[in-house]
Design a protein around this ligand. Structure first.
Ligand SMILES: Nc1ncnc2c1ncn2[C@@H]1O[C@H](COP(=O)(O)OP(=O)(O)OP(=O)(O)O)[C@@H](O)[C@H]1O
Ligand SMILES: [Mg+2]
Length: 363
């Protein structure tokens, strides 16, 4: 659902900013500290009610303000009528999400605006904890299977319950078996969806990586969170003493991971910074390509400081790839010349200058 009009209020250094983005490529350039990342934060807030950099709302809300608001007109169908979409959050906890005149829930909002972020923290997808890679997988599963969100919520509830029983130390074996049965049922279904998704993603990832970083082969391998040679109920039973000691459940989908290997080695150890950025970009672009095939609509890409870590040739390759998709892209950079002369004349590219928290068209 491309964003056609955007109004951001009280996000970081942005007091009150309006602009009309292109449905395709938007380049936002400006000096350090001008507000480029803040603009991307505004769009992320519109899609997920939160920042992509901080978990604390008070860091997202402009100093001295009590709330932040992002309001947009979005295209429900390509070239179709515009619909209003707005999100507001107050520091006192109140959250309002509205689409086309109706209040909506977070899962509906996330479905409306499928967002992908590529920024300096992107490396964490390779270098960070498994939870970051689980989030990556679950983004894809959430957007490809409507049943996933209910399964995921159900699983979280059972896991929480099981863990709180473990923390108490004494569990009635009959009660535990009931929880374990539910745990296993959710675990099998979630894992099957995750596994299917990664299998679907692999060809897109290989094709994208081949274009962005020819000559470097990266293998994706899904790890479900337990050794599947043994049934999960058996592993829960066998691991009970350990689980009781540590106060949480040691096996299951909450331990799933995605292993990335380059030339047979852990990709996080093996690859250079620029190569890592391209591998993560290929993963996220592959998700967008698969999303498009499954849902017949594009994603929104927020790419903060695209040229950083990349040489000119690889910056160009990444831009050319973005140009060939139908995603809406918001790309920031300090020096606009770094992304000049790349785009075909028929691509709808809009350039904006960001200066001290204000935005203006640059051409
Ligand atoms: N909660 C806040 N309230 C007010 N200003 C803030 C808040 N959080 C950050 N800022 C300020 O907003 C300004 C813009 O930050 P932003 O990260 O958007 O800059 P940028 O244009 O992306 O810069 P760079 O090129 O260095 O990445 C900075 O001066 C920053 O200190
Ligand atoms: Mg920035």
């Amino acid at each position: 659902m491309p964003i056609r009009k955007l109004h951001i209020q009280h996000i970081r250094n942005l007091a009150d900013v309006h602009f009309d983005p292109s449905p395709r490529i938007n380049i936002l350039h400006g000096a350090n500290g001008s507000g480029k990342t803040s603009l991307l934060e505004g769009i992320h807030f519109l899609g997920l009610t939160r920042s992509f950099r901080t978990s604390q709302l008070r860091h997202l809300v402009r100093s001295g303000d009590e709330s932040c608001l992002v309001f947009a007109q979005v295209e429900a169908l390509p070239g179709g009528a515009l619909q209003p979409l707005g999100v507001e959050r107050r520091l006192d906890g109140e959250v309002r999400m509205r689409h086309a005149g109706q209040s909506i829930e977070l899962a509906q909002l996330a479905q409306l605006l499928p967002l992908q972020v590529i920024d300096s923290d992107t490396f964490l997808l390779l270098e960070g904890s498994p939870s970051i890679r689980r989030q990556f997988i679950d983004w894809g599963v959430f957007h490809s299977d409507r049943a996933f969100i209910q399964l995921w919520r159900g699983f979280r509830r059972v896991l929480k319950q099981r863990n709180s029983l473990l923390k108490c130390g004494k569990i009635d074996p009959r009660l535990r078996r009931i929880w374990d049965r539910e745990f296993v049922a959710f675990a099998e279904q979630i894992t099957q969806l995750r596994e299917q998704y990664i299998e679907l993603l692999k060809p897109d990832f290989e094709a994208t990586l081949g274009r962005l970083l020819g000559g470097v082969a990266v293998e994706l391998r899904f790890s479900p969170g337990w050794d599947r040679k043994t049934p999960l109920d058996q592993l829960l039973e066998d691991g009970l003493a350990r689980d009781l000691k540590q106060g949480f459940t040691g096996v299951g989908p909450q331990r799933a991971d995605l292993k990335l290997r380059a030339d047979g080695h852990n990709a996080a150890e093996r690859l250079s910074r620029g190569q890592k950025k391209l591998v993560v970009s290929a993963l996220k672009l592959a998700q967008g390509a698969l999303f498009y095939r499954l849902n017949n609509r594009p994603c929104i890409y927020l790419i903060d400081d695209l040229p950083s870590e990349l040489d000119e040739r690889h910056s160009r390759l990444l831009c050319q790839f973005l140009e060939e998709t139908s995603n809406q892209c918001f790309i920031t950079c300090v020096d606009p010349a770094a992304l000049d002369g790349i785009w075909r004349p028929d691509t709808a590219v809009s350039r904006f200058r960001v200066e001290a928290g204000a935005i203006s068209p640059a051409d």
